[in-house]
Design a protein. Sequence first.
Length: 526
Amino acid sequence: MNKSKKVFIYDTTLRDGSQTEGISYSLQDKINIAKRLDDFGFDFIEGGWPYSNPKDKDFFDYFKKHPLKAGKLVPFGSTAHPSSSVQKDKNLIALVESGTEYVTIFGKSWDLHVKEVLRVGLKDNLRIISQSIKFLRKNGKKIFYDAEHFFDGYKNNPSYALDTLKAASQAGAQLIVLCDTNGGALPWEIKNIVKEIKKKKLFTAFGMHCHNDLGLAVANSLVCVDDGCTHIQGTVNGYGERCGNTDLITVIGVLQLKMNFCVVSEPNLSQLSHLSHFVSEVSNMVHRDNYPFVGRSAFAHKAGVHVDAVRKNPLAYEHINPEKVGAASRFIISELAGKSTLVAKAKELAYELDKKSPQAKKIHSLIQKMESQGYQFEAAEASFKLLLHKEFKQHKKFFDLMGFKVVVEKREDGRLISEATIKLKIGDKLEHTASEGDGPVNALDNALRKALVKFYPSLTSMHLTDFKVRVLDEKGGTAAKVRVLIESQDENDTWSTVGLSENVIEASWQALVDSVEYKLLKDNKK
């Protein structure tokens, strides 16, 4: 690791990330995420826009009394409103009153925005930028200046875009952050523009803030590191408006493991996967399987040739040691997999299995038989793990089903009401409960966990994130077999389970039980 050169990570999950469609953080959510980012080692954590809403003001008020351990909390705002003096501008005053060492403000770099959005003269905009920064400096703040729409502005009017940077730098901004706000720039465009700017010697170091509208936010951020970029802004998992922002999870992995820069400590880096899962869980977002470094498929191997090679030397098909980011190699089981894959998968679960043994042959035949019936373990690895536990006589029964009933009622007002009643035996205790849901499966899921949560409190941290039903024999009509795949998630992990039956409720029940048992099994190992 190049410890002599540091790249600072500036997280804006709590502001830019909260603009993701479907994300709505409570005050406690924001506090919990900020503390987790601080524990991980993020240098700067942007908490929100204190002038824009009471929740963000309350957030900064909380951390006045409960400071972060090491990270710097940063409020976000704009330059002064054109109709307001800086001394009376409520946005700037809110930034000062946030009680932080650093603040971030953005200003207009694109003449189109100055004329058509801000609707002031070009010189007036330069004055606003300068006076806003000077006001904040006078009040003891260190300033990150986000040059909004800089690259579009530079392409349209280079000299004016540079004038905005000069105004910010001369007024005392601690760091200039170049923003690809529309996310429409290409890596070579950004690199060439940065080279041109460096010739002007306006600054020696700078930051990057990119959006992902072309899927290039990470590339656009990283391409400038060699040209002096020491500060990258982005969000965990790339959350953000439209197509999102720079994914800091990927950036950290690449900077530290591929470009040899100092970002976080190695022990903290091994928590990268857990951090990604934690933020997706709090955000109530599905954790994508194909996330680089931390997705459940990032180090998954299905083809027999790949599995065999990885077992001999992981470098054959893995670009890093997965343990460095808190991940692990996975070998995907299907009817196409050979005994070598089965042996490797068993070893993942701490079971030694000789591929020439009768037990290996028996399990391999069982998998092929079940998949020929319609089960699919490739997409339901948790169900496969439970199957292995049962075959090795290591399975623990957490509960027994005494019976369940699901009722769907259509009422006079047109509403459909689903209610599930369930009776379970946990040890020597009977639990009988009922719950409603958006549909029969949701009602069954709610009733199952309602019955179990007093015995297994950790179930409160899991929820279903996906539910798929597939008819396996369309010619069978309503009597055809259906396969149900359920994906579940908690703060640290994502897993999938499968059920199969001619009855969709029964197939769903099988997948639900596997999902809950897998959660309890992995928690029981802690």
